[in-house]
Each structure stands twice: as structure tokens, then as C-alpha cells.
Design a protein around this ligand. Structure first.
Ligand code: DGY
Length: 323
């Protein structure tokens, strides 16, 4: 009888994913879904061959260093890997994978939702009705800005960026402008206008959506100087990572009226210590990091993580290896 590899699963995963884990592995599940401290995580890894963590676990160089030698693979349940020190994993000979592709549609849906909600004051409206303070209607009541036909600027035209471009173009007739490290081939560009630099893109973005990974190079990418290059009254949305934004600069631009609104799903220091300015402003539409949170996508993410584990333990190269 072959011994099934023990796998630490840090958070509660969809039932279908846990069922497959039980069938093929010896999983250490977390039915209560509580967040493990780094010490608990290291302790729970003893004798395990792999970990399936989420972006909520900070796998810093120090934590990876302290993982038991039995850990051979970190199969992330996330496309973003900024929570995981890839160099430290490489040094320790640990394979790291992520879950790309399967969350493109869900995340682009949330980006579109943020564009519309921020532009049309959906948060303010919802709060008004819910608070029973809604008393009147008039032609200048809750007037927002239209997205249809406007210019959408996308920074990071990877998988999610491209899906958002398609949805915004086909659904709202938006004109797509983008900056990416490399220009897309014409069939993928589908008429979108490419800019070599962020600075050249910004003046053309009535709405700006961020879609790049958080890395040392992209940290604070949207700072005060760059915000000043956006057209007055622009809308900013972020479904990627909070680290891409200089919060103080964004809050200042939202307070001064330089920007019409923002729609945010991700934050620096989320979930608890996000910039207090966001909570105080009416023209920010706030969501709690739910870009990939559909039933379909969460199962697909789990299966994708398991496909990577399966490949690794079958001696094949995992499809989504990032380290
Ligand atoms: C991702 O997959 O990176 C999402 O942000 C959820 O972790």
C-alpha cells in the first residue's frame, strides 16, 4: 500500500476540493477556517510533504526558512504569490505553484462591478436606502458619470486585464488603452491602444484599472505624481493588490475632487488596518477582496492547486510552477 503524502491545507476549501484531497492525499484540513499564526503553521507542517496555503498566510523568508525539511511543495490557492518569498523557497528547494487562468472571468467581473459602482455612486445609494434616509428624487439627485463609450486604461494586460478589456469593450463600448511590459500581438490587442509607459497611458484613461502583480517594482505604482496625469474626474479601480497604490495620494485625490471616485477590492494592510481615509470618503466603493469569490471559481482554483500537487507527486513538472 502506498502512503499518501500529508498536505497541510491552511483554510477551509470548497467541499469538492476537500473530497478530492481526502481521496488522493492525507490532508490536514482546517474545518474551522481560523487563520494560523506562523508558529502554528510551522508546527502543523511537521511530517507533511506539502502545503496548500492562501494569500492570507505570510510565507516570508523567515517562515519558509523555518519550515520542516519534509515540505517539498507549496501549492498556492491563489494566482498572486506576493505573500510567498519565492527566493527563499528556491533556496530551500521547495517547489511553488499558483492558480492562474481559472479566476480571470470572476476577477474581471468584479473590476467591471467596481467601475460601474464607483462611477454611479452605488455605495452611497445603497447606504441611503438602507438607512431609511431616502426621501426625495430630483433631476440632480445622485448623479454619477457614465462609463459607456469612455476610455478604459488598463495597467497590466495579462489574463485578467484582457478579459476585462473584452467585457468593457463588448458590454459598455469602452475604448481600451493599455500599458504592459510587452505589447500584445494584434489578435490579442483587439484594437486596444498600447502605450510604452504608464505616464503616456494615464492622460488617456477616464477610468483606470490595475492588473499587475505586486512586486518591488510595482509597489506604489499609482502615486501622487501619476494620479495628477489622469484626466480630472477620472475613476480608479483596483482588483490586483493594495500594494500598487500609494493610499495617501489616492485619498488626497479623492478628497480634493481631482478624481471622481475609486472602486477598491484590495488594500495595503488588509483586512483590518486599511487606510482610514477610505472608510471616511463617500466616493470610494469598497469590497473585501472578493475578486475570485464565486462558487465556480473557488472550486476551479482548488482543483488547479490539486492538479499542481498531483503533477509534483507523480514526478512531473507542475503546470503552474512559479519557483
Ligand atoms: C488571488 O488568487 O491572488 C486572489 O487575490 C485571492 O487570493
Amino acid at each position: 500500500m502506498t502512503v499518501k503524502p500529508a498536505i497541510l491545507v491552511t483554510r477551509k476549501l470548497p467541499d469538492a476540493v476537500e473530497e478530492r484531497l481526502r481521496r488522493d492525499y492525507d490532508p490536514r484540513l482546517n474545518p474551522d477556517d481560523g487563520l494560523y499564526s506562523s508558529d502554528e503553521l510551522i508546527e502543523l507542517c511537521k511530517g507533511a510533504a506539502g502545503i496548500v496555503p492562501c494569500h492570507t498566510e505570510q510565507l516570508s523568508a523567515e517562515v519558509i526558512e523555518r519550515l520542516p525539511g519534509s515540505i517539498k511543495i507549496i501549492a498556492n490557492f491563489s494566482v498572486g504569490v506576493d505573500h510567498c518569498d519565492l527566493n527563499a523557497a528556491r533556496k530551500k528547494g521547495i517547489t511553488v505553484t499558483n492558480t492562474p487562468e481559472v479566476l480571470n472571468e470572476a476577477t474581471a467581473e468584479i473590476a467591471l462591478l467596481l467601475i460601474l459602482a464607483a462611477s454611479r455612486r452605488a455605495g452611497e445609494g445603497e447606504r441611503l436606502v438602507r438607512s431609511r434616509e431616502w426621501r426625495d428624487w430630483s433631476p440632480d439627485f445622485m448623479v454619477g458619470v457614465q462609463s459607456t463609450g469612455k476610455n478604459l486604461g488598463i495597467i497590466g494586460m495579462g489574463r485578467v486585464g484582457q478579459v476585462l478589456a473584452r467585457k468593457a469593450r463588448d458590454g459598455l463600448g469602452m475604448n481600451i488603452h493599455y500599458h504592459n511590459r510587452t505589447r500584445l500581438p494584434p489578435e490579442q490587442e483587439a484594437g486596444a491602444i498600447f502605450y510604452d509607459s504608464v505616464e503616456e497611458l494615464l492622460p488617456n484613461a477616464d477610468v483606470l484599472s490595475l492588473h499587475c502583480p505586486a512586486t518591488p517594482e510595482t509597489t506604489g505604482l499609482l502615486n501622487g505624481e501619476r494620479i495628477s496625469l489622469l484626466p480630472d474626474g477620472a475613476v480608479v479601480v483596483n482588483t490586483a493588490r493594495g500594494a500598487l497604490i500609494d493610499d495617501a495620494a489616492l485619498v488626497a485625490a479623492l478628497s480634493s475632487g481631482k478624481l471622481w471616485a475609486a472602486g477598491l477590492d484590495v488594500y495595503n494592510n488588509e483586512p483590518v488596518d486599511i487606510h482610514p481615509g477610505y472608510r471616511d470618503l463617500d466616493n470610494v466603493f469598497l469590497l473585501p477582496h472578493i475578486g475570485s469569490a464565486t462558487r465556480e471559481t473557488r472550486v476551479a482554483m482548488g482543483f488547479r492547486a490539486l492538479d499542481n500537487l498531483d503533477a509534483y507527486f507523480a514526478g512531473r513538472e507542475p503546470g503552474d510552477r512559479v519557483a
